[in-house]
Write a protein that binds this ligand. Structure first.
Ligand SMILES: NC(=O)c1ccc[n+]([C@@H]2O[C@H](COP(=O)([O-])OP(=O)(O)OC[C@H]3O[C@@H](n4cnc5c(N)ncnc54)[C@H](O)[C@@H]3O)[C@@H](O)[C@H]2O)c1
Length: 245
């Protein structure tokens, strides 16, 4: 059950935060063939290179950079079995303070970057005969979140891309799903979440009473990537401790 044997994974934005923890976990608990991490060039220097983990530079804001990264993967590996679009950025800011630059900086990485990563991965996913995309969205893909206008819009857009590609690519044997976690304490948000009032206020929204961790999400990744999820596509799986209920 839930075998990922010999699969080739590609994951974006996995040199820190949730993505890095997904890679650590996948490399330990499964007999995956290779894990290819795509991240900003400045983040992939001085990394401990592991046997089956490969790092390629890619900037999701730049479509040429995305094309180059997936061309390199095609030349070196031939196919991709699982693409995890994990990279994402956020900035907490009131709607009235959002400038065009701030809007673009979030939408370009989260929405445009995710779409073009899917598009450029397509030829390699087709080669798999069992290709699968997992887009990391957020609970804010389906509920509003104060001070998160561009972020929430980008994550709702990711769910929309997920559903549309699920329809368009089902005939190519590619399943496309999203995972929407609640808040997880990571270097990107820990300063904010350490403030007792903020933490308390946010936790009030989570009936299960805690933030989520990569361990809460990895099981969903393994399930969606495995053949046990062969009939699951276009789904947005919430891992939110009940926030959106
Ligand atoms: N941490 C949370 O509370 C939380 C909750 C729900 C969803 N998410 C989502 O999970 C994902 C990971 O979140 P995290 O908290 O680990 O974030 P993080 O900031 O710790 O890591 C983000 C990763 O994306 C990479 N990245 C940023 N811009 C990039 C670009 N232009 N090109 C390529 N890579 C780029 C970074 O280098 C980094 O490795 C994101 O999509 C985020 O929206 C996070």
């Amino acid at each position: 059950m839930f075998s990922l044997k010999d699969k080739i994974f590609v994951i974006t934005g996995a040199t820190r935060g949730l993505g890095k923890e997904f890679v650590d976990c996948l490399s330990k608990v499964t007999d995956i063939n290779s894990i290819i991490v795509l991240d900003l060039p400045q983040n992939i220097i001085d990394l401990n290179i592991n046997n089956n983990i490969y790092y390629f530079p890619m900037d999701l804001r730049d479509v040429c950079s995305i094309q180059k990264a997936f061309k390199n993967i095609k030349n070196s590996f031939g196919q991709i079995d699982v693409l995890i679009n994990n990279a994402g950025v956020n900035k907490l800011i009131s709607a009235l303070s959002v400038t065009e630059d701030i809007w673009d900086s979030i939408i370009d990485v989260n929405l445009k970057g995710t779409f073009f990563a899917c598009k450029e991965a397509f030829p390699c996913l087709v080669q798999s005969n069992d290709g699968c995309i997992i887009n990391i969205a957020s609970q804010y893909s389906i509920v509003g979140g104060k001070y998160r206008c561009p972020y929430a819009a980008s994550k709702a857009g990711i769910v929309s891309i997920t559903k549309t590609l699920a329809l368009e690519w089902a005939g190519h044997g590619i399943r496309v799903n999203a995972i929407s976690p609640t808040i997880s304490v990571k270097s990107s948000n820990e300063n904010l979440l350490e403030l007792p009032t903020v933490k308390e206020e946010l936790l009030k929204n989570i009936p299960l009473g805690r933030f989520c961790t990569s361990k809460d999400i990895i099981g969903a990744i393994i399930y969606l990537a495995s053949s046990e999820a062969a009939m699951v596509t276009g789904h947005n799986l919430l891992i939110d401790g009940g926030w959106t209920v």
